[in-house]
Design a protein around this ligand. Structure first.
Ligand SMILES: NC(=O)c1ccc[n+]([C@@H]2O[C@H](COP(=O)([O-])OP(=O)(O)OC[C@H]3O[C@@H](n4cnc5c(N)ncnc54)[C@H](OP(=O)(O)O)[C@@H]3O)[C@@H](O)[C@H]2O)c1
Length: 236
C-alpha cells in the first residue's frame, strides 16, 4: 500500500508544491483546502500529471470543518503516515508590538495555533499508531532566539507569536512520542515569495521552500523535537 500524507493549506503556495513533490515521490496525498473550488482545481491539476491526490475540505478557522476532515481521515485513510500542518495566515502582519491589535492577535492564533492544535489532537492517535511523522510548518520569526539576536527581523507580533505558540506545541507533542517510532518536528522554509507576504520580492521559490520541508519529512532520519531550516537545526 502507498504511504499516505495529508497537507493542509495546499491549494496554492508552498503547500501546493509540497503535495506535488510528495506525489512525484510516490505518495498518495490528501490535499487540504478550505475552498472546495480551489482545492478541487488544485487536485485536478496534479491528477492530470498522474499524481495520486485527493481533496479534503478543511477550514482551520472552523472546528466543525476540522472535525469532519479528521473523521474522514480516521475513517477512510487510517494508514496516514505523514501530516504536514502547512496552512497559515499572516494575521494583519502587525508592524510592531505597539501597532498590534488584540483582534489581529486572536485571528492569527485562531488559525495558526488553535486550528493546528485541534487538527493535531484529532490525528495524533493515528500518527502514533502508524509510527508516522507530524511536521508543523513554522517561521524564522517564531524563534525567540532569532527575535532576540537577528540584526533585522519583521516584528509582526501577531503572526510571530502565533507561530511561537505553535513551536511550543511541537515540543509538547515531541516529548510525548520521544520513546516511540513516531516523530514531531518544526521546519521553517525561510523567506519565500508567496501570497502570504504579498509576493514580496527576494524570497526563495515555492518549489525550493517545499523541497526543504519534504526533504526533512522523507529523509528517513529521526528529527523528533527539532526545529529545522534549510541548513539544519535552527534555534527555538
Ligand atoms: N512565505 C514565507 O515567507 C513563509 C516563511 C516561513 C513560513 N511560512 C509558512 O508557510 C506556510 C505556507 O504559507 P505560504 O507562504 O505558502 O502562504 P500562502 O501562499 O498564502 O498559502 C497559505 C495557505 O494556507 C491556507 N489557509 C489560510 N488560512 C486558512 C484557513 N483558515 N483554513 C485553511 N487554510 C487556510 C491558504 O488558503 P486560501 O488560499 O484559501 O487562503 C493557502 O492554501 C504557512 O504556515 C506560513 O506561515 C511562509
Amino acid at each position: 500500500m502507498k504511504k499516505t500524507a495529508f497537507v493542509t493549506g495546499a491549494n496554492k503556495g508552498i503547500g501546493f508544491e509540497i503535495v506535488k513533490q510528495l506525489g512525484e515521490a510516490g505518495w498518495k496525498v490528501l490535499l487540504g483546502a478550505r475552498s472546495a473550488e480551489l482545492g478541487e482545481t488544485a487536485v485536478a491539476e496534479l491528477a492530470a500529471k498522474g499524481l495520486d491526490v485527493e481533496f479534503i475540505a478543511i477550514d482551520m478557522n472552523d472546528l466543525k470543518s476540522i472535525e469532519q476532515a479528521a473523521d474522514t481521515i480516521n475513517g477512510n485513510h487510517s494508514e496516514l503516515k505523514l501530516l504536514i500542518n502547512n496552512a497559515g495566515m499572516p494575521g494583519a502582519f502587525s508592524r510592531s508590538f505597539t501597532d498590534t491589535k488584540e483582534e489581529d492577535l486572536r485571528n492569527a492564533f485562531e488559525v495558526n495555533f488553535f486550528g493546528t492544535f485541534r487538527l493535531n489532537q484529532r490525528l495524533f492517535p493515528l500518527i502514533k499508531a502508524n509510527e508516522g511523522t507530524v511536521v508543523n510548518v513554522s517561521t524564522d520569526m517564531a524563534s525567540l532566539d532569532h527575535m532576540q539576536n537577528a540584526a533585522f527581523t519583521l516584528n509582526a507580533f501577531d503572526y510571530n507569536s502565533s507561530k511561537t505558540a505553535n513551536n511550543a506545541m511541537t515540543l509538547s507533542m515531541a516529548y510525548e512520542v520521544r520513546d516511540s517510532g513516531a516523530q514531531v518536528f518544526a521546519v521553517t522554509p525561510g523567506f519565500t515569495t508567496t501570497d502570504l507576504n504579498g509576493n514580496a520580492v527576494g524570497g526563495k521559490s515555492k518549489e525550493a521552500a517545499a523541497a526543504i520541508i519534504v526533504g526533512y519529512a522523507t529523509d528517513g532520519q529521526r528529527h523528533n523535537g527539532e526545529f529545522l531550516d534549510e541548513k539544519g537545526v535552527f534555534a527555538w
